[in-house]
Design a protein around this ligand. Structure first.
Ligand SMILES: [Zn+2]
Length: 245
């Protein structure tokens, strides 16, 4: 019954509330190879030269690359199933990159990971999306490999809406995005884009080198909603990757 209700809700939303947004998917006729043809504002998905994600194969170590200063705060969980991913909306968390402040706007998940390291994809990735006062985006990627259960994911998995729809606010859950981060914050940095339409460029990427774990059971829970929501890797086109030790 629950599934039937979710499907009904999904149909309602696809036909009404979100009808204005161009429809895109991760496979078939509206999949990544066709995103640029779906709407004029999606052109950059094909024409851009600094697109994300990428396969990180070579990096230049730079000891002067800035540390990432995470100043996140716990807050009432606001979680949404937007038809492409499970997303948590945030307000108030700060990220300091070399003295430049960014505000945490939201984080969401892709399975498997979009970014690859030496050709290898991870089981899952969290993208923590930050914005500065000028509107410039900085995204921190946290990679997940299959292993021990990750307690930080439990409140998210327990409260994620099964069907596409509006944001759910869960006052009983106080969630701190810092619980998703690995202990060490060494990273790969490069210039890239949004990995979903409209694929806008000018996004600063920071892929944390140390993965955290997700259990097979936790992954299976997320896979009931999304098990293939990753854009394929894009051409590097001469971009260099900086590694922070
Ligand atoms: Zn993402």
């Amino acid at each position: 019954m629950q599934n039937r209700l979710s499907l009904f809700a999904l149909a309602l939303f696809s036909c009404s509330a979100f009808a204005a947004a161009p429809h895109w998917t991760y496979e078939g006729a509206h999949g990544p190879a066709h995103w640029s043809q779906i709407a004029p504002e999606f052109k950059e998905c094909a024409l851009g030269h600094a697109q994300s994600p990428i396969d990180i194969r070579a990096a230049r170590t730079d000891a002067r690359a800035p540390e990432l200063g995470f100043h996140y705060t716990a807050q009432a969980l606001r979680i949404v199933n937007n038809g492409h991913t499970v997303q948590v909306n945030e307000d108030g968390g700060m990220l300091d990159i070399g003295g430049h402040p960014y505000r945490l706007a939201q984080f969401h998940f892709h399975t498997p990971s979009e970014e690859r390291i030496h050709g290898r994809a991870y089981d899952m990735v969290a993208h923590l999306v930050h914005k500065d006062d000028a509107g410039k985006l900085a995204v921190v990627a946290v990679l997940f490999r299959r292993g021990a259960a990750n307690p930080a994911l439990d409140p998210l998995l327990a409260n994620m809406p099964l069907g596409e729809g509006p944001e759910h606010r869960v006052d009983a859950v106080n969630f701190d995005a810092a619980s998703l981060l690995p202990a060490k914050h060494g990273y790969y940095h490069f210039a890239g884009s949004l990995t979903t339409p409209p694929c806008s460029e000018g996004v600063a990427w920071y892929v944390l080198k140390d993965p955290v774990t997700v259990s097979a059971a936790q992954l299976a829970q997320l896979h009931k909603l999304y098990n293939h929501n990753n854009r394929p890797v894009q051409a590097l086109n001469g971009r260099s990757v900086i590694e922070h030790p």
